[in-house]
Design a protein around this ligand. Structure first.
Ligand code: RTP
Ligand code: MG
Length: 139
């Protein structure tokens, strides 16, 4: 059975553009509850750890620079079938390919500066939530 938690970040481009409120509203209106939430900033090293799975990819260094370029909002979200439903809500990685009405279609500016992150599995949702939140910050 699919898990009921996922993890997201509102990425630096969307925070910088003033879209924290609009994106959070879309997330809640889509039926996700916010379990944990914080505004923080990743160092390049921490961004590299978070995206370590991509370290052999050509875009890795740019991705780490971008993800550490400004504040982000980290959230643990709750909903039935959370991982899959959240990835539907955010749309394709490249906003040019994202479906109408998705968060990336509305707010992303490029394949890199694509407004939001969404975990790709229940296992990674757990790992990524624990990357940002202590047990005291999770309810
Ligand atoms: P995310 O992990 O952030 O939710 O995004 P995703 O699953 O849709 O895409 P993924 O393949 O995991 O890539 C992670 C992030 O790396 C940046 N990226 N840049 N320049 C490029 O070709 C490129 N490809 C990916 C994006 O910020 C992407 O979300
Ligand atoms: Mg991914």
């Amino acid at each position: 059975m699919a898990g009921n938690k996922t993890f997201t970040m509102i990425k630096p481009d969307a925070v910088e553009a003033g879209n924290i409120g609009a994106i959070t509203k879309m997330i809640q209106e889509a039926g996700f509850g916010i379990v944990s939430m914080k505004l923080t900033k990743l160092s390049k090293e921490r961004a590299g750890q978070f995206y370590a799975v991509h370290q052999e990819r050509p875009f890795y260094n740019d991705l780490c620079n971008y993800m550490s370029s400004g504040p982000i909002v980290a959230m643990i979200l709750e909903k039935d079938n959370a991982v899959e439903d959240f990835r539907k809500l955010i749309g394709a990685t490249n906003p040019a390919e994202a479906a109408e009405g998705t968060i990336r279609k509305l707010f992303a500016t490029s394949i890199e500066a694509n407004a939001v992150h969404g975990s790709d599995s229940d296992e990674n949702a757990e790992i990524e939530g624990n990357f940002f939140f202590s047990s005291l910050e999770k309810f």
